[in-house]
Design a protein around this ligand. Structure first.
Ligand code: SAH
Length: 279
C-alpha cells in the first residue's frame, strides 16, 4: 500500500509491468505520491470535477487525482505499454477512470469534455511530455468560443517554459507565449520541482503553472495577435517600426499611439491587442 490508496507503490508497478522509459516520448515519471498529491492540490477542490490528464504513464498523478475525489479522470496516453498498469487503477476506482489511447495533439477536446457529467467542471491537470508541451498549451489557449471548455489548467512544464508563459513585460522571457497566455488566462507559477523528483531526472528544473481562463478578454482575433507578436518578437532587438514594417510600420504604430522607436519588450498586452486590431 502506498499511503494515498490501496494500490502498490509505483516502483513495484513499474518493475512488474517492465515499464522502461522512452526519451522520445518525454517520459519522466513522478513516483512520489506526496508530490503528485501536491500537484493535484494545486488544481484546487476537485470534488465533482472531470479531469483531463495528458500522459498518465504509470499513473502517479492519476492516482492522486482520483484520491482527491475527482469524479472522473479522462487520461490520454499515447504509449500502449501503460495499459496494464492503468487498468489496475481503473479497477480500484470503478467507473471513474477512462483511458484514451491516442496522441494528445490529435484529440478534439471540445467533444471530449461532453464525456463528463453535464455541468461538471472540467479541469486539465498534467505532468506534460515536455517535447509537445508548448503546442498542447497553444492548442488549449486557442479554444473557441471563450471562456473555453475547461475551468482551469494545472500543468508541469520545464521551468524555462513556465517562465516564458508567466513573464512580465520588459523581462527577458517576455514574448509571444506570455502575450497569448496573459490575454486569455490569469497566470501563476505554483511551485518548482527539482530534477531529482523524476525518474529518470530531466536535465532542467520544472514548474507547475496554474492557468485560469479570464471570463472577459480584450476583444481581438487570435490570428492577428499571433501575427503581430510573431513579427515584433521575431526581431526583438529591433525597434518596432522596423520589426513591424511589413504589417504597417510607422503608420500602424502612429494609429495605435505607440512610439515606433520602442522594442517589443517595452509594450504591454493592451498595446499588442490594439495593434492586432489595427492590421
Ligand atoms: N504523468 C506521468 C508521466 C509523465 S511523462 C507522471 O507524472 O509520472 C509524460 C507522459 O506523456 C508519458 O507517459 C508519455 O508516454 C506521454 N506522452 C508523450 N507524448 C504523448 C502524446 N503525444 N500524447 C499523449 N501522451 C503522450
Amino acid at each position: 500500500m502506498s499511503g494515498i490508496d490501496n494500490l502498490p507503490p509505483l516502483r513495484d508497478v513499474i518493475s512488474r509491468h517492465d515499464l522502461t522509459t522512452k526519451k522520445s516520448l518525454g517520459q519522466n515519471f513522478l513516483l512520489d505520491l506526496n508530490l503528485t498529491m501536491k500537484v493535484a492540490r494545486a488544481a484546487g477542490d476537485l470534488t465533482n470535477s472531470t479531469i483531463v490528464e495528458i500522459g498518465p504513464g504509470p499513473g502517479g498523478l492519476t492516482r492522486a487525482l482520483l484520491a482527491s475525489n475527482a469524479s472522473k479522470v479522462i487520461a490520454i496516453e499515447r504509449d500502449h505499454r501503460f495499459a496494464g498498469a492503468l487498468a489496475e487503477i481503473s479497477d480500484a476506482y470503478p467507473g471513474r477512470l477512462e483511458i484514451i489511447q491516442a496522441d494528445a495533439l490529435d484529440i478534439d477536446y471540445t467533444s471530449l469534455s461532453s464525456f463528463g457529467r453535464s455541468n461538471a467542471p472540467t479541469k486539465i491537470v498534467a505532468n506534460l511530455p515536455y517535447n509537445i508541451a508548448t503546442p498542447l498549451l497553444i492548442n488549449w489557449l486557442s479554444s473557441e468560443p471563450w471562456p473555453p471548455w475547461y475551468q482551469s489548467m494545472t500543468l508541469m512544464f520545464q521551468k524555462e517554459v513556465a517562465q516564458r508563459i508567466c513573464a512580465n513585460q520588459a523581462s527577458k522571457a517576455y514574448g509571444r507565449l506570455a502575450i497569448i497566455a496573459g490575454w486569455r488566462c490569469h497566470l501563476d507559477i505554483a511551485f518548482d520541482v527539482a530534477p531529482a523528483a523524476f525518474v529518470p531526472p530531466p536535465k532542467v528544473m520544472s514548474s507547475v503553472v496554474s492557468l485560469v481562463p479570464k471570463s472577459a478578454i480584450l476583444p481581438c482575433e487570435l490570428k492577428k495577435l499571433e501575427m503581430i507578436t510573431k513579427a515584433a518578437f521575431g526581431q526583438r532587438r529591433k525597434m518596432l517600426r522596423a520589426s513591424l514594417r511589413n504589417l504597417g510600420g510607422e503608420t500602424l504604430l502612429k494609429n495605435a499611439n505607440i512610439d515606433g522607436r520602442l522594442r517589443a519588450e517595452a509594450i504591454g498586452l493592451e498595446d499588442f491587442v490594439n495593434l492586432a486590431n489595427l492590421i
